[in-house]
Design a protein around this ligand. Structure first.
Ligand SMILES: [Fe+2]
Length: 320
């Protein structure tokens, strides 16, 4: 049959299939490996504090053979961050611990805080992507992963595990009080183990949770934390032009799926879109894998005045 006689619907279907194949090829071969450093300034420190540069990494989902990703992560040490925060989902294979530790390299010699996510405890499984649209879908755990080995390696290098721990540290002249919960996505969070007002003497009160579930964020906000850091969402992973993420895979709304936002009158939230994907869903579209260099600066006095006129106390506004 000549091209001139081809039915218009056949031509349209061929064009759609071709565009789909191109998009899939781009998402799996190109964007999934287009590692990106995002930079962000956030006003969260007590007035008069020194600036603090925090590298936020998350959701590495590392496989032993992912050399491109490992090389890119290794280079992040050249940023010379004051503090590294890792919000979990490091592993995608039972033999990936050495690859994670070697990729983090020099970053492990810097001050660091971490918590774990579901993909530190259990390996990935094939999953119907449509299940992400059903918030109540039954979750099935994969094979156990060597998270204790990973924790031992992080601890050995000096990173602090904030899983159900409250930690006090001083970095670059900034007094930091930090606390975290185990992964709410697996219902392993036990907020009562860290509950209570965050240290009012600190210049920065940091909260860590792998999945940014609203019920946990509300508790951190009520206890006076300044900044909550989370991962888990992968920024939606597959996004649409002019619409963004289709799902967050947790209770937060799509507008907070990645990047900075407010959570209540005082607390700020930063969600990392992460650096990896499940090996069973190896695609990203309009949502490149990322690490974020957060430059934390003092709250401006105008911001404090605005909050105070809205009835937010000086303690809640981060001013002591
Ligand atoms: Fe993840």
């Amino acid at each position: 049959m000549s091209k001139l006689l081809r039915h218009p619907w056949t031509t349209a279907a061929t064009a759609v299939a071709g565009a789909g194949a191109l998009a899939l090829g781009y998402a799996t071969l190109i964007e999934r490996n287009a590692f990106t450093l995002r930079t962000q300034t956030m006003e969260v420190l007590a007035p008069g504090s020194a600036t603090l540069r925090v590298l936020h990494i998350s959701d590495l989902h590392m496989m032993p053979n992912q050399k491109l990703k490992q090389d890119w992560i290794r280079e992040l040490d050249r940023l010379e961050p004051d503090l590294v925060i890792n919000t979990g989902d490091n592993l995608a294979h039972p033999k990936a611990v050495p690859a994670v530790v070697q990729a983090l390299g020099g970053l492990l010699a810097r001050p660091g805080l971490f918590i774990f996510g579901s993909n530190d405890y259990f390996g990935p499984l094939p999953k119907n992507p449509l299940k992400y649209f059903d918030k109540n879908h039954k979750r099935v755990a994969g094979e156990p992963l060597p998270w204790k080995d990973l924790r031992a390696a992080f601890n050995e290098r000096g990173w602090l595990d904030t899983t159900h721990n409250r930690r006090e540290l001083r970095v670059g002249g900034v007094r930091i009080s930090a606390a975290g919960v185990d992964d709410p996505h697996l219902k392993r969070d036990r907020y009562d183990t860290i509950a209570g007002p965050a240290n009012p003497e600190a210049d920065l009160r940091i909260a860590l949770t792998h999945a940014p579930e609203p019920s946990i964020l509300d508790k951190f906000a009520a206890d006076g934390y300044d900044l909550a850091l989370a991962g888990h969402t992968h920024g939606g992973q597959l996004c649409l032009p002019l619409y963004g993420a289709l799902v967050t895979n947790c209770g937060i709304d799509r507008s907070r799926v990645k990047g900075p936002s407010r959570w209540g009158a005082h607390m700020r939230l930063h969600v990392s879109a992460g650096l990896g994907t499940s090996p069973y869903a190896p695609a990203r579209f309009l949502c490149p894998p990322e690490a974020t260099l957060l430059t934390l600066v003092p709250v401006k006095s105008d911001t404090v005045r605005t909050l105070e006129t809205k009835g937010v106390s000086r303690f809640e506004a981060g001013v002591r």
